[in-house]
Design a protein around this ligand. Structure first.
Ligand SMILES: CC(=O)N[C@H]1[C@@H](OP(=O)(O)O)O[C@H](CO)[C@@H](O)[C@@H]1O
Ligand SMILES: [Mg+2]
Length: 539
């Protein structure tokens, strides 16, 4: 009897002894050990779509900010959210089946357990970033999708947020919540139109340089620029590091991760003091801003800064459009948020802050509980989302004055400008440009809102990171025993000291974060905590 699922699995056997995990960002590792995973993800995507009554699910082939030789794959839920947690475990188990027969059996077993009718339609939307291995991995994925009898649409190269956008558009088409036209042009039209409206009569103060990490964001931004019409908006964008012909240049000495980690501009940067710059990551779902100050010193405006800027702007807009008593704003951060940013939100903006574990899905879920939830990871991953009732309140509100009407229009345009499916570097930087233009701020005024506490992030290689277990949104270790006590003891010795250690979800390492009153103290504290971690389980 023919068994297409087993046949597809046979065509792409896994390398011996490799164990895969669906982590914070899907499966992500060296591209040359991923063929079998992609085929199995094809099977899972078909199962997931069938489980959801044939709604479209997405598959994105990318390894974001990782080096060029890596790749990865993640699944996207119908509204553009990250994959549901119980299906992460199912995906992990599928990826680790070794024989073709075992793959086929597990496929049947999931169908049975989840009460999935395998004869029903499955719909999957696929895209990839510009990595050299992408085309081959797409082939492996398609073999899985075909074996499972799924209908699929391949969008070729897209940024990760564009893929999320497509998925949400397909699933909301012909409903009152229709998100947009599910084409690339539809994406550019929606966001550029919203940008123009949100800018109103305001003009940006000088141009913006965007570093695209030599990734998929480059060609997509060049496309978006055609829709933004500089003569209308005044926003002059210089695109740099947009070379996708050389995939080996991806994320190398450029991009959001380079800038955030090294706290410096890409070495190729040629901008002058006060010039606004931002960097995207390899799949354009992260963005950080920066500039050189009068003394030629590099100044970073990271995800925490974007969150505070956006939250304060929405706070103003909600108040000036007359909606303050109906809509409450909150900010969601992780433990990596700078203590000064948390303080600023609570004390100056007077908004509540929620802290969640690392990974966008946790922030997103926490933000969903708020009327307007602004969430950003310090590394620039994030967005703002509006609850259903908030959207209705904003839609139905009858302004009581011309000024309320004007501000309400801006607020409405901002809703369209934000990719609510997921954090989107292109839409995020357009939003930042809107806020800066409205506030008539340059990067210096933005930076002056608060002063970051000096901080240091270190990576400790350990032989088994799974022994490092945490609680309290990853701020405290519960295992190995006694380690947290040692960390607490160190922290106490430092002025304004704060430090925590947690196992990375994307790399085989434990990350140590520390902040303190001075740079030297932050470095010292980080080093001390790293030593404690090393002693507890280092390689
Ligand atoms: C400290 C840090 O930046 N961690 C990153 C990193 O997760 P880790 O679990 O720390 O490896 O990759 C995630 C996926 O891109 C991102 O969401 C997260 O913010
Ligand atoms: Mg990314």
């Amino acid at each position: 009897m023919s068994n297409p699922v087993a046949d597809a699995a046979r065509k792409h056997p896994p390398p011996e002894g490799h164990v895969y995990t669906y982590g914070t960002a899907g499966f992500r590792t060296k591209a040359d050990v991923l063929d079998s995973v992609l085929t199995r993800v094809g099977l899972i995507a078909a199962l997931r779509s069938r489980k959801l009554g044939g709604r479209y699910v997405g598959v994105m082939i990318t390894a974001s900010h990782n080096p060029p030789q890596d790749n990865g794959v993640k699944l996207v839920e119908p509204m553009g959210d990250m994959l549901e947690e119980s299906w992460e475990a199912i995906s992990t188990e599928m990826a680790n089946q070794t024989s073709p027969e075992a793959v086929s059996e597990y496929y049947q077993c999931v169908a049975e357990e989840q009460k999935i009718d395998l004869s029903k339609p499955a719909n999957v939307i696929v895209a990839r970033d510009t990595r050299a291995s992408g085309a081959r991995l797409l082939g492996c994925l398609v073999d899985g999708l075909k074996a499972a009898g799924a209908e699929y649409r391949d969008f070729g190269f897209l940024t990760t947020p564009q893929l999320h956008y497509m998925v949400r558009c397909f699933n909301t088409a012909d409903t009152p919540d229709a998100y947009g036209v599910p084409t690339e042009a539809g994406y550019y039209e929606k966001f550029s139109a919203a940008f123009k409206k949100a800018m109103g009569s305001n003009k940006p103060n000088g141009g913006l340089t965007v570093d695209c990490a030599n990734g998929v964001g480059g060609p997509k931004l060049n496309e978006l620029i055609k829709y933004l019409h500089v003569t209308e908006t005044g926003l002059e964008i210089s695109v740099v590091n947009d070379n996708v012909v050389k995939p080996e240049a991806l994320n190398v000495d450029c991009g959001a991760d380079y800038v955030k980690t090294n706290q410096r501009a890409p070495p190729t940067s040629k901008t002058g003091p006060g010039d606004r710059c931002c960097s995207l990551d390899g799949d354009a779902d992260r963005v950080v801003y920066y500039f050189k100050d009068d003394q030629n010193v590099f100044r970073l405006l990271d995800g925490d800064r974007i969150a505070t800027l956006v939250a304060s702007f929405f706070g103003d807009l909600v108040r000036t459009s007359g909606l303050a008593d109906q809509i409450k704003i909150g900010v969601v951060q992780t433990a990596y948020a700078n203590g000064a940013a948390t303080d600023y939100v609570e004390k100056n903006l007077r908004l509540p802050v929620t802290c969640t574990p690392t990974g966008v899905k946790y922030l997103h879920h926490a933000a969903q509980k708020l009327d307007i939830g602004v969430y950003f990871e310090a590394n620039g991953h994030g967005t703002a989302i509006f609850s259903h009732s908030t959207l209705n309140a904003i839609k139905n509100y009858k302004p009581k004055s011309p000024s309320e009407a004007e501000n309400l229009e801006i607020l409405r345009a901002c809703i369209d400008l934000i990719n609510q499916a997921v954090g989107d570097a292109l839409s995020d930087f357009l939003l930042v440009e809107v806020v800066l233009a409205h506030k008539r701020w340059g990067p210096q005024e933005w930076l002056a809102t608060y002063t970051d506490l000096p901080n240091r992030l270190l990576k400790v290689l350990v032989s088994d990171r799974t022994i490092f277990k945490t609680t309290d949104a990853e701020r405290k270790l519960t295992s190995p025993e006694g380690v947290q006590g040692q960390i607490d003891k160190e922290v106490q010795k430092f002025r304004q000291g704060r430090s925590f250690a947690r196992a990375s979800g994307t790399e085989d390492a434990v990350r140590v974060y520390a902040e303190a009153a001075t740079k030297a103290e932050a470095e010292d504290l980080a080093r001390k905590v790293a030593e404690i971690v090393k002693a507890a389980g280092g390689k």
